[in-house]
Design a binder for this molecule. Structure first.
Ligand SMILES: NC(=O)c1ccc[n+]([C@@H]2O[C@H](COP(=O)([O-])OP(=O)(O)OC[C@H]3O[C@@H](n4cnc5c(N)ncnc54)[C@H](OP(=O)(O)O)[C@@H]3O)[C@@H](O)[C@H]2O)c1
Length: 269
């Protein structure tokens, strides 16, 4: 398929910004969806249509999709990219932070699906790409919202990919490993060996943008990128099953035992 128009969420930085630049340079019509206006970005890309919508707002997203459908401007590719990561499950479980992550990463994508499934089929394929993550294979227990939002996102897109196979709605997802972007990664708090493995297996922004734009044109369901990061997640998955306590969050990130009555000695030390 030749991509003529694309909608991308979260284009102020990282992957979304890279995709915006890539498509704009290739003369593809771009609709960029951000929660705030960035004058510098809008000035740099005068051909791009900037929409100011917080992806957490079901009403805002629904009204955007409805307007695009009514004016015949629904794009042929949607890249549901906006996402955040937070430290929401360290010393205590922080419900408001957890909820913020779920609302952004999970509902921020799902809010597009409800109105899109209501748009009547018009014989034009619409590719809907979710940016999920390799945390599906081994998540970080301290970023529980991130881990569970991406698991749920992947489960939803797996179901829809089957359910809408051979229709105009093509559900697909990217299982993304580490990419060099400004997203919060807890890098300053995680064990040093883990940060090192992550950075050794991480992909460049340019390479990731190229891989995603190639994938978006096809009817393939899943892109695992970069493949070289997969063994690290596999090893983590195995480690958790074989080594008691391995990266299961039994200690707080600063090394203290969990829920020890005050005055007690840490039995693990
Ligand atoms: N980088 C990685 O290693 C990695 C790995 C796996 C998966 N991913 C996924 O890749 C996607 C892009 O991440 P990134 O690394 O490029 O991160 P990033 O540089 O932090 O960019 C995230 C983008 O999402 C936007 N956003 C956040 N909340 C939003 C909201 N409520 N409404 C609209 N936009 C919102 C941000 O805009 P503001 O400026 O308004 O905050 C920003 O433009 C995410 O879904 C992430 O989970 C990244």
């Amino acid at each position: 398929m030749e991509v003529k128009s694309v909608l991308i969420t979260g284009t102020t930085s990282g992957l979304g910004r890279g995709l915006l630049q890539h498509y704009a340079e290739h003369s593809v019509k771009v609709i960029s969806v951000n929660r705030g206006r960035v004058a510098e970005l809008e000035a740099q890309y005068p051909s791009v249509r900037f929409e100011c919508v917080d992806v957490r707002s079901a009403e805002g997203v629904e009204s955007l999709v409805r307007d695009l459908a009514a004016s015949g401007d629904l794009p042929d590719v949607f890249i549901l990219n906006a996402g955040i990561n937070r430290l929401d499950n360290d010393e205590v479980f922080d419900l408001p932070l957890y909820r913020e992550v779920i609302e952004t990463n999970l509902y921020g994508a799902l809010n597009f699906i409800a109105p899109l499934t209501r748009v009547p089929a018009a014989g034009v394929a619409r590719h809907i790409v979710a940016i999920s993550s390799m945390v599906n294979y081994a998540g970080n227990p301290y970023g529980l919202g991130y881990y569970t939002s991406k698991k749920a996102l992947t489960a939803c897109f797996d179901v829809w990919a089957d359910m809408y196979a051979q229709t105009d709605l093509v559900f697909k997802q990217v299982m993304l490993g580490p990419v060099q972007t400004p997203i919060y990664t807890m890098g300053d708090q995680l064990p040093r060996w883990m940060v090192r493995i992550k950075s050794l297996s991480s992909a460049s922004l340019d390479g990731t943008v190229r891989a995603i734009s190639r994938f978006a044109r096809t009817r393939k369901r899943k892109l695992i990128y970069p493949l070289r990061a997969l063994p690290a997640f596999g090893a983590m998955w195995l480690g958790r099953r074989l080594i008691p306590g391995f990266f299961q969050g039994r200690k707080t990130l600063d090394g203290r035992a969990r829920r020890r009555p005050s005055g007690d000695r840490d039995p693990m030390r």
